[in-house]
Design a protein. Sequence first.
Lengths: 376, 326
Amino acid sequence: MKTATTDSRLADSASGRSPQRPSRLREGFTINPQTVKQWRRFRSIKRGYYSAVALVVALILSAGAELLVNGRALIVSYDGELYFPTYGDIIPGNTFGRDYEYETDYRDLKALFKEQDRGNWVLMPPVPYGPLENDLIPGYFPPYAPSFESGHYLGTDQTGRDVLARLIYGFRIAFAFAFLLLLCNYLIGIAVGCAMGFWGGVFDLLFQRVIEIWNMVPSLYVIMIVTSIVIPNFWTLAVVMVIFGWTQMTWNMRTSTYKEKTREYVLAARALGASNTRQIGSHVIPNTISVIVSFIPFSIAGGIFLLTALDYLGFGLPPPTPSWGELLAQGQNHIVTAPWIILSVGISISIVLIMVNYIGEAVREAFDPKKHAYYQ
Amino acid sequence: MSILEIDELSVAFDTEGEIVTVVDRVSFDLEAGETLGVVGESGCGKSVTALSIMGLLPKPAGRIQGGDIRFKGESLPSLAPERMRDIRGNRIAMIFQEPMTALNPVQRIGRQLAETYLLHQPDLDADLIHRRCLGLLDQVGIPAPEQRLTEYPHQLSGGMRQRVMIAMALASKPDILIADEPTTALDVTIQAQILELLRDLQRETGMAIIFITHDLGVIAELCSRAVVMYAGRMAEQAPIRPLFAGPLHPYTRGLLASIPRLEDEPKTVLTTIPGVVPGIDELPSGCRFANRCPHVKDLCNREAPELVVGEPGHRVACHRWREIDA
């Protein structure tokens, strides 16, 4: 409620109907009233707004996933000393009086300390399993069904790894990947598209044909071929995808630039002696920002989808990287014996992609020039 | 001393393989500190002449076909692009017809005003730029300049925006200001204010103004000399008084006769020049005004008239000006 009143005051003072009345937000910095309008329209589209809030919260939480979903303990109190094993090097078992030198098994340690009852304790994260840990029960073959007792809230996959942990870490990787893809694709696409639109002529013609030919290359097959020759990691996979992905944005930027560069304010900037790069940088691109922004959510969704598809086919990030596509493939293999795998990953993918698309829809609506008084 | 000399300037546009000359051998000089009017109907080449002075002809269609433009003795069309950028906005500034579209909608006024300084005087510090911008807005008569600097173009009225445009053009104290119909889009009261402002600014700064308009009233009010253009050619060039008192070219006469006067009989039909301007692709080889001229003779259709000195300082392009002078 409080923010709503601030907003309306902002819009009032900024609409400038009465120039005599001094704006209440004069000091320093005011927000463009257009931006305020767009933000308010975005907020008024409920499902988009709430999807954005939920997704931002999820992203912030997943950024600290090590604190929430981890096989390492949050805090270990041993002989009056506190240990924080979450980040940093592994702490070997003999530190806590165990007889091995590999990394401490904190779940085991927790049970032991409880048994010994000597004032030592272990605080585990809410989900006490890492995405790469195989938690096997002797005598039984995984996948294990969901169980609150063991802490596998969504069960395990076929090698005994916690499904929830892999979902959450996979979510983080997928988004990081999609954002990286977005950044690189847009940087290249916007630069090339702007150049095509601004200079036009032979340069434009040449690049149009190059891009058309480039688009005819079946990118998915090429990515598969490349990844079956070299084992990809996060970065190489991103590079291969950017090589084929940058063309998308060029068309939109090309048309927008063609439109903007003939506007009189660009001519006016030239009459002031602005160089080409300056005209593009401070006049053309800022005026096409609504086009760019409206495409971002859909590009994110596309990036996630692409990575998941490649992982599903086995040409994506190498095992044992937690990934939704790989879970999907497993879930399909165990659809009868372990339906919890396919259910959890299927529902997660659907919800995330639907939310991203809701956001995209709301952003597009908020930036819709039909609703604004634009100059002809 | 002439600060700007335009010498036989011809500009052609390449439209789908066909080359059309839209400005044909136009010549005039601009003295430092004077106001020169360029008058003519739409499409007569006024704006194209202005844009070629600025080196801003629409590319790749438009190009200078012949002639020269000299600014302080330096030929502008042959300048390197970097050098031309130094002159643009710095020594020669331009204001446009549509204040609604000539300001960038996503930049604050302050940012746009500062652009000239950022481009041409990069070592000025932010405080000084801010103070100068305030001074500029004050100079062009904008109230509450401090607040205006933080506003966006859509928050200002048309007259205010044109004032901002003028302030931008004045920022670097140019030698020449080219005003391309700066008052056409404004209503009459605002128009009078803007003209008044331009006149005052000229007195203060001593810059020369090329004022492009189709409004003879504005010319009479503001300019000391005027060039009349018709269909891409010059028809007449003269100081204001002789031009209005004794126009030599039939076109100028027609224009002046078309202005309704207070002493006219009420409810009489307005005088007009019959016919229309020939299309740009069907220009006659002779005098371009021949199809509308009441004094047309065979010679007019055969041969294009040269610009000749009629009276001292008064030049006209007509075969028959001497005979029809009455």
